[in-house]
Design a protein around this ligand. Structure first.
Ligand SMILES: *[C@@H]1O[C@H](CO)[C@@H](O)[C@H](O)[C@H]1NC(C)=O
Ligand SMILES: *[C@@H]1O[C@H](CO)[C@@H](O)[C@H](O)[C@H]1NC(C)=O
Ligand SMILES: *[C@@H]1O[C@H](CO)[C@@H](O)[C@H](O)[C@H]1NC(C)=O
Ligand SMILES: *[C@@H]1O[C@H](CO)[C@@H](O)[C@H](O)[C@H]1NC(C)=O
Length: 517
């Protein structure tokens, strides 16, 4: 059972904290802002990226298992997540690490095929139930509140074989799965997110071949995926509302990803317009149906995809249409705004780029993405450091959808290729969290929680084990998958302990000292 004091804290964290934010600690700049009482500090992970044990104890295959076994060259290190950080066996170590960080929240995901080996609710795996029960119990005894994602990309293969999210029947299957999860774990789990980053999932997995399932149905598949993932989210939300909320009294939301879109040249109206168009067609496409007053896809997306489709000779728009009932079901179907943010791109208008597939969400949007060569690029190809973008993005979300909806940063973190002396990651966290504090105190944004991505090095999809995001280093060559805290873990623990950012707590060594490390 969840302790009643934690329930109270949670209630406070998800309701009117913004009033408190505007008066407390608001003097002296980011290093002097202290995080509000009740602010949720956490770390996040995802099942496929850490669990391993891909075929143990009757677990069914996920489409990532199937895809990577079929395409071993997909990752630069020819890796997959068959073993990963072995959290299926080492979850007690994980919980000890989370406790050591001092955070009170852990965002994890349930592997759908570990719970339902065939994806359907006629067959619930006892071993799967046992695993998540043990993990949640271990978290409880460490006083850590679980925040659970239902879908973090590892769709059961039998459902993928039916077309995955492009098939409308998935709305029902997702609702069935959500019911099983709410039934089994909802006595303890009080914060759920239905889907993780549906934009990345649909755009890269259905529109292109950058992520599994690599369908590359560009211009069509990504919109079907988006459409039915949104409806599946709404179905799970209303299921919770009707069958579980009265007793379980939890919260259900969704996690959306967003780059900040910075006009390439701030004096050019067409760049400003391009940046706004990008945000509407990438964040707004998901957020507008759920969080806006009027609901449905943003006007600009509706108009552009409709008219471009017609021009291309399609009988109907490649972007499906919601019925009035569906618009209503989606509108307001989230108790908080889960926001994942990593980096910023510079935006300018374009009618064609050689990297674009035609048609596609890219060509429908008509915006060219670049990064400033002056920004530090510490790891993955797509990743540059631009902390100011974080504050701008939080403000954009607030201005679009209002201050009433609590924002929870469900992921933020940095990619590199290195080990435990991750001084750049220390400063990334300091700088990004400082921007978040400014959004809270100087702009009045309603940010109520922050989850660092990620607890430990893991399987990073297309980048295999090459790109690292962990607060803990994992020695993937050791049979024990030994975990060691990085400098960034020590720094994050200090932020959580003092509830403020001390930019001098960990000093970056001089180049000469650094070379000796
Ligand atoms: C932070 O606050 C302390 C006292 O509350 C004050 O002495 C100090 O000057 C402040 N620092 C900054 C950078 O404003
Ligand atoms: C249920 O799942 C288990 C484990 O994957 C499998 O062995 C069994 O055949 C499944 N049962 C049914 C009825 O599909
Ligand atoms: C369920 O999955 C198991 C293995 O994961 C497989 O052996 C079995 O045939 C599946 N049953 C159905 C009905 O698909
Ligand atoms: C930005 O746009 C303005 C107005 O078009 C132009 O005068 C200026 O040269 C541009 N700056 C850069 C760096 O291109």
């Amino acid at each position: 059972m969840l302790s009643s004091s934690r329930v109270a804290l949670l209630g406070a964290a998800l309701t009117g904290l913004s009033l408190v934010c505007s008066v407390r600690g608001a003097v002296g700049g980011p290093s002097n802002y202290s995080f509000p009482d009740g602010f949720m500090f956490g770390v996040a992970t995802a099942a496929y990226q850490i669990e391993g044990a891909w075929n143990e104890d009757g677990k069914g295959e996920s489409m990532w298992d199937t895809f990577l076994h079929k395409h071993p060259d997909y990752t630069p290190d020819r890796s997959n997540a068959d073993v990963a950080a072995d959290s299926y066996h080492k979850y007690m170590d994980d919980v000890a690490m989370i406790k050591d960080l001092g955070v009170e929240y852990y965002r994890l995901s349930i592997s759908w095929p570990r719970l339902l080996p065939n994806g359907t609710d006629n067959n619930i795996s006892k071993a799967g139930v046992r695993y998540y029960r043990k993990l949640i119990k271990e978290l409880q005894s460490a006083n850590i509140t679980p925040v659970v994602t239902l879908f973090h990309w590892d769709l059961p293969t039998p459902l993928m074989d039916l077309g995955g999210w492009a098939n409308p029947i998935m709305v029902n299957y997702f609702r069935d799965y959500a019911r099983v999860a709410f039934n089994l774990f909802g006595d303890v789990v009080k914060i759920w997110t239905t889907m993780n980053e549906p934009h990345q999932h649909c755009y890269n997995g259905y529109g292109s071949d950058y992520f599994a399932p690599a369908i590359k149905s560009h211009g069509v598949g990504e919109y079907l995926c988006i459409h039915y993932i949104l409806l599946a989210h709404a179905a799970a939300y209303h299921l919770y509302d009707q069958e579980f909320r009265p007793n379980q009294k939890g919260k259900v939301g969704i996690t959306l990803d967003a780059f900040w879109a910075k006009p390439k040249n701030n004096s050019k109206p067409e760049d400003i317009e391009a940046a706004e168009r990008y945000l509407q067609m990438h964040v707004g496409l998901f957020a507008h149906p759920i969080y806006s007053k009027e609901g449905d896809y943003p006007d600009i997306a509706r108009k552009r995809v409709d008219s471009i489709s017609l021009h291309e000779g399609y009988t109907r728009s490649r972007l499906p249409t919601f019925s009035p009932e569906e618009v209503n079901a989606l509108r307001g179907s989230s108790d908080f705004f889960g926001l994942n943010h990593y980096t910023t791109f510079l935006m300018s208008p374009s009618s064609w780029e050689k990297t674009w597939l035609i048609p596609s969400l890219d060509s429908d949007t008509g915006v060219k993405l670049e990064q400033d060569a002056k920004w530090i690029k510490p790891g993955a190809e797509w990743f540059s450091i631009y902390p100011q973008g974080f504050r701008k993005l939080i403000n954009w979300v607030t201005n679009q959808y209002g201050k009433e909806i609590p924002i929870i940063i469900t992921e933020n973190g940095m990619s590199d290729f290195g080990g435990i002396n991750d001084y750049l990651r220390v400063s990334y966290y300091n700088e990004y969290m400082a921007q978040m504090l400014m959004a809270i105190y100087e702009d009045g944004c309603n940010v109520q929680g922050y989850f660092a991505w990620t607890l430990m090095d893991d399987f990073e999809w297309k980048d295999g084990y090459v790109s690292k995001f962990g607060l803990y280093y994992v020695d993937f060559d050791s049979p024990e998958k030994t975990r060691t805290p990085k400098q960034s873990a020590i720094n994050y623990r200090e932020i959580v302990r003092t509830r403020r950012i001390n930019f001098d707590f960990i000093k970056k060594p001089s180049p000469a000292q650094f070379n000796k490390l």
